[in-house]
Design a protein around this ligand. Structure first.
Ligand code: DX5
Ligand code: ZN
Length: 220
């Protein structure tokens, strides 16, 4: 029997209580999560504004887990240098928000961070064909970005398989992350379809015991 592959878990703090941010980071530090997922929104690329780089720098000082920064902003190149101070492990930018995606990814790597591309639900995987070799992570949005707590879009399973097939064909070791509407019911199937990392916002923060919920995700 082949050994079960464990998912990496990246809780998103988007729907957490921002008046208790320090406690939230301490709680995640004490959990079995693999990354802390930070959703940066500019009110232009997505219809919502979340938090920005001064907040991320403060989170970085308190976080014992690696940061996974998801930039839902137009022209993200403007902020890559600023992000460097927070030393995130991953910085991911949207395919739809970068005119010169190759340049953006190189910019992230040149600043010592791992680079990823995020695809909105309507964006085909084939767009990654010529850029995958510059990616350390591919993020598949399984909701339309902008808000936590939305329903999972089912076509994501097919998209994971297509992404996996393409990465294998190209010899890429990029991780596949799924972001949006992930819960304890669909996470196992996402892993089986080929996901390496899942982002979990509401499923963790609306639960009675977030630390125990992360543990349940890890035990899948
Ligand atoms: C959506 C964000 C997600 C989201 C995850 O724009 O990128 O990270 O907040 O939260 P849930 O799990 O609640 O969909
Ligand atoms: Zn996200």
């Amino acid at each position: 029997m082949t050994e079960k592959r464990h998912l990496k878990i990246a809780p998103s703090i988007l729907t957490s209580d921002f008046t208790r941010l320090g406690e939230t980071i301490d709680m995640l530090n004490s959990s079995q999560c693999d990354y802390i997922h930070l959703d940066v929104m500019d009110g232009v690329f997505v219809p919502n504004i979340s938090f920005g780089f001064p907040v991320i720098r403060n989170i970085a000082k308190r976080a014992a887990k690696p940061l996974d920064v998801h930039l839902m902003i137009v022209d993200p190149d403007r902020y890559i240098g600023v992000l460097r101070d927070a030393e995130p492990e991953y910085v991911t930018v949207h395919y739809e928000a970068c005119t010169h995606l190759h340049r953006s990814l190189q910019n992230i790597r040149a600043n010592g961070m791992k680079a990823g591309v995020v695809l909105n639900p309507h964006t085909p995987v084939s767009g990654l064909e010529y850029i995958a070799e510059y990616c350390d992570m591919i993020v598949l949005m399984s909701v339309n970005p902008g808000f936590g707590g939305q329903s999972f879009i089912e076509s994501t399973y097919r998209k994971i398989s297509e992404t996996k097939e393409m990465l294998q064909r190209l010899g890429s070791k990029a991780l596949i992350e799924v972001d949006g509407g992930v819960n304890l019911t669909n996470a196992g199937a996402l892993r089986d379809a080929g996901a390496d990392v899942v982002v979990t916002g509401n499923a963790v923060f609306a639960s009675e015991d977030p630390v125990a919920t992360v543990e349940l995700f890890k035990s899948l």
